[in-house]
Design a binder for this molecule. Structure first.
Ligand SMILES: NC(=O)C1=CN([C@@H]2O[C@H](COP(=O)(O)OP(=O)(O)OC[C@H]3O[C@@H](n4cnc5c(N)ncnc54)[C@H](OP(=O)(O)O)[C@@H]3O)[C@@H](O)[C@H]2O)C=CC1
Ligand SMILES: O=C(CO)COP(=O)(O)O
Length: 380
């Protein structure tokens, strides 16, 4: 169900709450979130850099390039003018690929009113610096509360109004702990929430962001093994052990392990590792089937965050000395030319460990090279 209210009919609620939302990015997720905010009764303007897409959103209420056939609410405005998109906004959602975040922050900076909260809806870790996206945005947008909106949310399903839940995380002040319902996270959750889109409030931005960045890499691993002919046992093992990698990294960086078991961690990991609707899983499947990288997605340029972020995740893990063997395997195959079959066969042949890791043990068993070669052969 989509409410069709003209932006002029809506009060600007100012201090009372969030009336206007600017969405930076007119791709699949940007348009889906714009539809969510519009359906929740907000006035919404989407900024996009592609004239045809902007025209199609305004004229046809559709994004034919990224979500063909999915109707968007009629009252949703799109523009190529960033000043117009940000004018009067009480909330900004940044929804472009993670590698563009710094650039997007610089672009919107001159046009934001002081103190307007910015929620990051992209998933990744900055390459080189190892910074979380929220830390990048804090550097570029001083004085603005920076948070994240993340969860198991395929854009098309969300835009079509399928029941969806996600986490909204902003750091809490002392006051926020006394009155969580007036925190920025709660205000953003109220602004975005509707009968179909259910936000949960969190103060653990680190835990939420790590979940979003790492799950894409694990989804590529699941795809690779699926494409190579392995089945549900293998996928379940990768999901579970992948979640452990997420938990370890989140905890060392100051996030909470229980956040990783929530929507933005376990929820998104399960979704992304279960369906070829996921671009990350789909890339893995194609590679596992033996398709050369340049021929994947029929040669189209598709946003696969886990591919780029395998580098930043592994670099970060090395920096903080966290063991992430599945991410390492994906990184080795994608970026170091390691053979997929042998890499995953060796992943399975690692020393026996404790579960949980606090049961600290490591039992070497002699690597049976012939067996590893057999397994690798089976995967090639
Ligand atoms: N799709 C989904 O289901 C979900 C996606 N996300 C996350 O959202 C983020 C965006 O993904 P999604 O919307 O799916 O991607 P899409 O490929 O659908 O769209 C990407 C958008 O970003 C724009 N863009 C790309 N590069 C730049 C740039 N340098 N400057 C400005 N705009 C740029 C594209 O514009 P143009 O068309 O002009 O190239 C396009 O509008 C990712 O981090 C993804 O992980 C999160 C949850 C769900
Ligand atoms: O993040 C997503 C769902 O929550 C989208 O996943 P993909 O980028 O793999 O399509």
């Amino acid at each position: 169900m989509v409410l069709d209210i003209s932006p002029e009919d809506l009060p600007r609620t100012g201090d009372q709450g969030i009336g206007r939302v600017a969405v930076i990015g007119a791709g699949a997720w940007g348009c889906a979130l714009a539809a969510v905010a519009r359906s929740a009764g907000r006035a919404v303007t989407v900024w996009g850099r592609n004239a045809e897409t902007v025209t199609a959103i305004n004229r046809d209420h559709e994004n034919p390039r990224y979500m063909p056939g999915v109707p968007l609410p009629a009252g949703l405005n799109a523009t190529m003018d960033v000043a117009q998109a940000c004018a009067g906004a009480d909330l900004v959602l940044i929804v472009t690929p993670s590698r563009t975040l710094r650039e997007m922050c610089g672009m919107i900076r001159p046009h934001l009113a002081p103190g307007v909260p910015v929620a990051l809806c992209c998933k990744g870790i900055e390459r080189g610096s190892g910074l979380l996206l929220s830390q990048v945005a804090e550097q570029e947008l001083p004085g603005h509360p920076i948070g994240a909106l993340s969860g198991p949310t395929f854009a098309k399903e969300t835009a079509l109004g399928h029941l969806t839940a996600a986490t909204v995380a902003f750091p809490f002040s002392y006051q926020d702990r006394l009155h969580p319902e007036t925190s920025t996270a709660a205000k953003v959750a109220v602004a975005m929430g509707s009968n179909a889109f259910r936000p949960y409030v969190s103060d653990d931005i680190i835990g939420v962001e790590i979940g979003g960045a790492v799950k894409n890499v694990i989804a590529i691993a699941c795809g690779m093994m699926t494409g190579a002919g392995f089945a549900e046992n293998t996928r379940a093992a990768l999901i579970t052990r992948g979640m452990d990698e997420m938990k370890r990294l989140a905890q060392v960086l100051g996030g909470r392990r229980e956040t990783v078991t929530g929507l933005s961690g376990a929820g998104d990991l399960t979704l992304t590792c279960s369906s070829r609707t996921s671009r990350n899983m789909s890339l893995g499947v194609q590679l596992g089937e033996g398709t050369p990288r340049e021929k994947c997605f029929d040669g189209r340029n598709v946003v696969v965050e886990g591919e780029i972020n395998a580098v930043s995740v592994v670099e970060l893990a090395h920096r903080v000395k966290v063991s992430m063997p599945i991410c390492e395997a994906v990184h080795a195959v994608l970026h170091k030319g390691a053979p997929l079959g042998e890499t995953f066969a060796r992943l399975w042949a690692r020393p026996i460990e404790g579960e949980p890791a606090s049961l600290s043990l490591s039992i070497d068993h002699p690597a049976d090279d012939a067996a590893i070669n057999d397994l690798a052969e089976r995967m090639s």
